[in-house]
Each structure stands twice: as structure tokens, then as C-alpha cells.
Design a protein around this ligand. Structure first.
Ligand code: PLP
Length: 466
């Protein structure tokens, strides 16, 4: 344990408590947290340790990590191998620039490896530090591509409601969760949303086509409304994570690909959550046998041990980017693009995923998880249970017949989180959906325990708010 965490390991409980409270006061004085409001949390959890699928707080309490950090700790906590990979690379060359004219071995090896893992047509990679930077890179690359092809009016980006693509300004504008917008408006012009392909809530009014095709056709309608000559790209998560683990109908993405091809619109797959085994395949779009033009990733590429994200582009895009005159070059860059230490950790992380067959583990464990959660589908208040691989959600509703949600005053999310915490499961609740995405290594016993805790917690909370 690191020196700073050691301080809370005193045998004297009162000393520990004093120390923790003093640190929490310092946190309040000096930290702005993501999604911050100072009154929202009376007593934050102070995480000090992780091992496998279990995380420990400063008071020594252990919890199942129900969301694998933030959907990213795919290989589980406490992997000394990843620390060693970082240490070795740091001791050799922690960092240097990979701007044009320079490169480094870990970044080359990682790009080569990703070329073998991603769709056959995606073989060229650009590395960033996280998901939002990946989104920005995708949008700019899509615009660049169309400009390079002489179609400079193609600049708009279409995304889905309940989609999450990060919260830098353009990424936030693509993000389809409106809670993120109001205090940062105006959003970037040229970003618009279509309905999510939510099998539970999407209403298909055309009996001659499937729900998946009807949901995909919303993209065609939007392109025709805006004018195909103004639309650069469509961005979509293969499974919408933060929006409530929305698994699209099986024919959705085939139709999306068709529409993108018809109207010359690039398909950006946001695989930030679904990449690196989470859905039981290396990448989520594989389930639908569809290839993207741009594939963006982050999170699971390093299992969260160090920050890394990126985009992969199709050979067609690469050829166009490489084919422009030098004066029009791709002027896009981050200091930490292709960070050698982060790339070295990613390589080791991918090695672990392969060695331990964690992609198929996510498939098998995920089926078990879904089966356990589906046992509650008959319960009052459980509207829908869904998942793919090791990501699942239980959507809680006030009225199963009408699918009506509880009013905000009911405090459903906070109550559910508290009930699960009291039973030893830490996760998030978004839009009344309990989100479950533990590390891919999570054992069957722990998966069963997650199911049990979710069931008991929903029952308890529904009794409270009836
Ligand atoms: C699908 C998806 N895209 C992009 C992002 C943004 O990633 P980051 O928080 O690293 O900017 C996230 C984060 O949860 C995500 O789930």
C-alpha cells in the first residue's frame, strides 16, 4: 500500500476516523469533482485499495466493484504486471513526443496489435488520453476527410439521445443526455440527435418493418432533413452505456451501415466502453457484423491503470489523410498522443486479456449475470432487464403497464445506491437504470451475489416508496 494510504491503516479506529474526516475536509476545500455539487454528498467513499473485483474504502469496508471503476477496469484491480510494465517503461523512457518526425516502440507495437484486433479495414491509429479526446479526434477527422475529398460542407455530426461521448465541448454536444448541457450552452453548432434504438421504449409505428430498422431509419430521416451534403458522420455506441445499457435490436446496425453508405456519411463506432472484451467480443460492432469508418476507444485499453484512448481509421480514410498536400496536413495533436508509458501498459493489458481469455469470460459471465438479473423481471417495478456480455441494466419503473418513471422527489437512484452499498455492492444508477458492469474476471460466485443484492435492493426500495 502506498505511503499516503498507509496512514489509515492504524489499529486505532478513532485515529483512522479523525484522519479520514480531516482528509475529507481538505477534499471539500480543494477539489472540484466531476459532476460536482458540494451538498450532494455528505460522506464520500474514500477508495484506498482494489483487488480483483473488490474495492476497499478507507474504513476497511469491502465492496464488489459493480461498474469496474467507470466501466474500465476490465482485468480487475491490483495487477502487479501492469505496474511493472509502467515501471519498466518509465525507467527506460517515461515520455517523449510522438509528433510528426518522431515515434516510440510501445506506440508502434500497440498500433500494430490493434490493427490485428479491430475490423479488417481499420489498421491505422491515433492515440489520445481518454474518451472525450477520442470523440473530438473522430469529429475532426471526419470533417478533415470530407474537406480533403472536396466536400467541405459535410460538417454535421448526428448522434443518439441517451448516447454518451464525453463532455468536452463538441463531445458534450454529441452526448445525448440533456442533463449535461444547460449550464454550458450554447452547444457546438451542427450537432443533432436522433432517438435511441431502445427495445423497451422505442415505438415502431410501421408494422411492415422491424423495430431495429425503424429506429435506424431515424438516421435517414435526419440526413434527408439536414441535407446529405451537410452531414459528415454518425456516432454511436454499439451498446449505449451511460444512457442505460441500451442493446439495440439485432438488425439495427446493418441498416445504419446501409444508410451511411447511401448518403456518404461516416460511421463512428464509439467503443470506449464496449471495446476490449466488455460485450463478449473484442469490439461491440462485431456482434452485428458491421465495420465502422472510425472506431474510437479508451477505458478498457489499459483497464484504467493509466489514461489512454484513441481512434482507429479505415484504410480509405488513411489514404485520403495521407494523400493531401503538406500545406493541408492533419493539424491535430495532443502532448500525450502515443504516450510511451500508457502504450506499454495497454500492450500488457491486452496480453492479459488474451492470456486469460477474458473476452470469452465476459461472454460466459455476462450470460450468467443476465440470467440472474432476469429472475427479477416478474417483480413489481422491474420494467426491463437487458445486457450484452459483462454489461447489464435493470430499469426500474413506477408503473409497468405504462413504463412511467418515478418522480424525482421519490429519490429512487439515491435509495437504490444506498441499499446496494449497504449490502456490499458499489455501482451507479442512471435514468432509473441500475448499471452493472463488473471487471471481466468477476467470478460466478460474485456474479450471483450481485444478482442477489440487486434483487433485494430493488425490493426494499420499492417497499419504501411504493
Ligand atoms: C461511450 C463513451 N464515450 C466517451 C466517453 C468519454 O470518456 P472520458 O470520460 O474518458 O472522456 C465515455 C465515458 O464514459 C463513454 O462511455
Amino acid at each position: 500500500m502506498s505511503a499516503i494510504n498507509d496512514k489509515v491503516m492504524s489499529d486505532d479506529r478513532a485515529t483512522n476516523e479523525r484522519f479520514i474526516n480531516e482528509r475529507i475536509a481538505a477534499d471539500r476545500a480543494h477539489l472540484l469533482h466531476p459532476l460536482h455539487h458540494p451538498n450532494a454528498v455528505a460522506q464520500p467513499l474514500v477508495w484506498v485499495k482494489g483487488s480483483g473485483a473488490i474495492i476497499t474504502d478507507a474504513t476497511g469496508r469491502e465492496f464488489i466493484d459493480g461498474l469496474a471503476g467507470l466501466w474500465n477496469v476490465n482485468v480487475g484491480h491490483g495487477r502487479a504486471e501492469l505496474a511493472e510494465a509502467a515501471r519498466d517503461q518509465m525507467a527506460t523512457l517515461a515520455y517523449h513526443s510522438a509528433y510528426a518526425g518522431a515515434t516510440n516502440f510501445p506506440a508502434i507495437a500497440l498500433a500494430e496489435k490493434l490493427g490485428a484486433l479491430t475490423s479488417p479495414s481499420v489498421n491505422t491509429f491515433f492515440f489520445v488520453s481518454g474518451g472525450a479526446e477520442a470523440s473530438e479526434s473522430s469529429f475532426k477527422t471526419a470533417r478533415f476527410y470530407w474537406k480533403a475529398r472536396g466536400k467541405s460542407s459535410k460538417v454535421k455530426v448526428i448522434s443518439r439521445l441517451r448516447g454518451y461521448h464525453g463532455v468536452t465541448l463538441a463531445a458534450m454536444s454529441a452526448t445525448g443526455l440533456s442533463a449535461y448541457w444547460p449550464m454550458f450552452e450554447p452547444r457546438t453548432p451542427g450537432f443533432l440527435h436522433i432517438e435511441a434504438p431502445d427495445p423497451y421504449r422505442f415505438v415502431n409505428t410501421d408494422p411492415t418493418i422491424s423495430q431495429g430498422v425503424a429506429a435506424a431509419n431515424k438516421l435517414e430521416e435526419a440526413i434527408l432533413r439536414e441535407g446529405a451534403d451537410t452531414v459528415a458522420a454518425f456516432i454511436a455506441e454499439p451498446v449505449q452505456g451511460a444512457g442505460g445499457v441500451i442493446v439495440p435490436p439485432p438488425d439495427y446496425f446493418q441498416r445504419i451501415r446501409q444508410i451511411c453508405d447511401t448518403y456518404d456519411v461516416l460511421l463512428i463506432a464509439d467503443e470506449v466502453i464496449t471495446g476490449f472484451g466488455r460485450t463478449g467480443r473484442w469490439f461491440g460492432l462485431e456482434h452485428y457484423d458491421v465495420e465502422p469508418d472510425i472506431l474510437q476507444f479508451a477505458k478498457g485499453i489499459t483497464s484504467g491503470y493509466v489514461p489512454l484512448g484513441g481512434i482507429g481509421i479505415s484504410d480509405e480514410l488513411r489514404d485520403v489523410i495521407n494523400g493531401v498536400p503538406p500545406s493541408q496536413r492533419w493539424m491535430h495533436a495532443f502532448t500525450y498522443s502515443a504516450h510511451p508509458t500508457c502504450c506499454a501498459v495497454a500492450l500488457k493489458n491486452i496480453e492479459i486479456i488474451e492470456r486469460e481469455a477474458l473476452v470469452s469470460r465476459a461472454d460466459v459471465g455476462g450470460r450468467r449475470l443476465l440470467e440472474r438479473l432476469r429472475r427479477f423481471e416478474g417483480m413489481d417495478g422491474v420494467g426491463h432487464v437487458r445486457g450484452q456480455g459483462m454489461m447489464a441494466a435493470v430499469e426500474v419503473v413506477a408503473n409497468k403497464a405504462t413504463k412511467e418513471r418515478f418522480p424525482p422527489e421519490a429519490g429512487l437512484a439515491d435509495r437504490l445506491v444506498a441499499a446496494m452499498l449497504a449490502r456490499g455492492l458499489y455501482t451507479r444508477v442512471q435514468l432509473d437504470c441500475i448499471l452493472i458492469a463488473p471487471p471481466l474476471i468477476t467470478s460466478d460466485n460474485v456474479i450471483d451475489r450481485i444478482g442477489q443484492i440487486v434483487g433485494e435492493s430493488v425490493k426494499e426500495v420499492l417497499t419504501q416508496i411504493g
